[in-house]
Design a protein around this ligand. Sequence first.
Ligand SMILES: C[S@@+](CC[C@H](N)C(=O)[O-])C[C@H]1O[C@@H](n2cnc3c(N)ncnc32)[C@H](O)[C@@H]1O
Length: 267
Amino acid sequence: MSNWKETSGESKRRWEVNADFWDERMGEHSNRFHREVVRPDTERLLSVNEKDRILDIACGNGNFSKRLVELGANVTAFDYSKKMIENAKKRCSHCIDKIDFHVVDATNKDDLEKLNINAPYDKAVSNMAIMDIADITPLFSSVSRLLKPGGIFVFSTIHPCFQSPGTRRITETEDVGSSVLTRHGLQVFEYIDSCCFEGIGIVNQPVPQLYYHRSLSQIFDLCFDTGFVINGVSEPVFEIDNERSRFDWNKIPPIVIVRLLKIESYK
Ligand SMILES: C[S@@+](CC[C@H](N)C(=O)[O-])C[C@H]1O[C@@H](n2cnc3c(N)ncnc32)[C@H](O)[C@@H]1O
């Protein structure tokens, strides 16, 4: 896998700049994209049980950590942005006894050791973050070590087939019989090579973030190499909305959600 470790400092600097904006936009209950596309299948795949110990990876402002507590879990949550964690602690002040927040860099194996404190975990979750993490190998190795045998790791990420710098959204208009048909779609120019690129998670955010494109096979190979099998997958889309005249991710999935199971024999 490509080594972008050296970009991690710049990526973190940008997340610190974006942290308050992100907190304000995500609020207590996250934004429409998360509520309608990310959360329903994440929660289904994670299937939280009362008293589950769950690790929330790159937790941002902690809105999903709070949701996990509402579902009955005890949560350990981390992000490498100090400001994100400060905001998360404020957002979760009423349930802070159920969430142990840490500032940890997921690209740093030694830093990840701090999470041993509440291990082993029953489950781990990472919402829309692995595409923001410069090097995911230390994270997947650590999560595998930190989970109980048979533990579950659910992650969501932008769909690498349909959201990469090698894609372009297109609109085609065609005369069909007596009517005019308008279709929205994607052109894919490049997919297989990994790359680092700048992009916007939320319109008007102060600075663009750094994204790390990896093909599905690169991501899945890492899962298999770190002792996981895939036992669930979802490619959610928005419900069709009334506004049919624009590309709105209701026929093509903007994200992919994967559930991993830690194999019993993995050390
Ligand atoms: C798109 S946000 C998602 C936040 C949260 N999971 C959510 O769904 O609202 C990505 C998060 O990843 C964090 N992040 C990026 N690289 C990281 C790293 N190396 N270690 C820890 N957190 C990281 C950022 O600070 C940011 O909070």
